[in-house]
Design a protein around this ligand. Sequence first.
Ligand code: ATP
Ligand code: ATP
Ligand code: MG
Ligand code: MG
Ligand code: MG
Ligand code: MG
Length: 233
Amino acid sequence: GATMAKSKFEYVRDFEADDTCLAHCWVVVRLDGRNFHRFAEKHNFAKPNDSRALHLMTKCAQTVMEELEDIVIAYGQSDEYSFVFKRKTNWFKRRASKFMTHVASQFASSYVFYWRNYFEDQPLLYPPGFDGRVVVYPSNQTLKDYLSWRQADCHINNLYNTVFWALIQQSGLTPVEAQGRLQVDEVMTKEIKLPTEMEGKKMSVTRTRTKPVPFHCDIIGDAFWKEHPEILD
Ligand code: ATP
Ligand code: ATP
Ligand code: MG
Ligand code: MG
Ligand code: MG
Ligand code: MG
């Protein structure tokens, strides 16, 4: 309320960026699975289209639409889903980060929560992630063109993938041979990646990464920052 006490630290809120979506525009959030080429391989997705995976994606989209406010339509294909918020929505004062993060986290948790209902005998081997972006469209035409663009992408990729996997599964070509046969233009080959074990020689890369650990301590005082100067380096 108006009389709520404020700490001297309150000013840091002013560093938050204003990410209000332009009034009266369609707000679209698109999610895309992180490294699903690998995820599909590890979880034995049928090629080119695993229907369990597609139905699970749609179940997650339904959950998002039920749990969140003002979504009027969702469109999905492959490992992506787009959610359209109504033009006049005032949910979270139209803050882009709120839309995007609520959609992404609700979708990701649903994906894990409902996994077993769709992949009965295929265990979930690691937690999947999804990236998100927000785009605002100023007119009905641009929104419709946006959705058309995603569906055209779906068709182009499916045309390619259907023939690509038929050449492998039915005609016995190697993935490299199949890719060679289908090299007609850049647009069609862009999204295609070969399964990792079928790729050419790869450089071995050694990565070091700090292991995150839980730490319960005071961070208001200076001590923590003096003990861990590397965090702010
Ligand atoms: P990024 O993290 O950049 O999105 P990605 O590996 O997820 O990388 P995408 O361009 O998003 O790349 O492609 C998703 C990939 O996931 C497809 O190319 C396909 O290999 C796989 N995939 C997604 N859904 C299915 C499905 N239903 N059936 C089979 N494969 C699928
Ligand atoms: P909003 O969606 O606006 O964030 P909220 O209900 O999550 O609504 P917060 O201000 O984020 O509101 O407060 C989180 C609330 O969750 C706390 O007020 C408390 O009731 C509950 N909560 C969170 N963590 C714990 C915990 N470890 N133990 C008990 N209660 C908790
Ligand atoms: Mg992507
Ligand atoms: Mg992806
Ligand atoms: Mg994708
Ligand atoms: Mg909360």
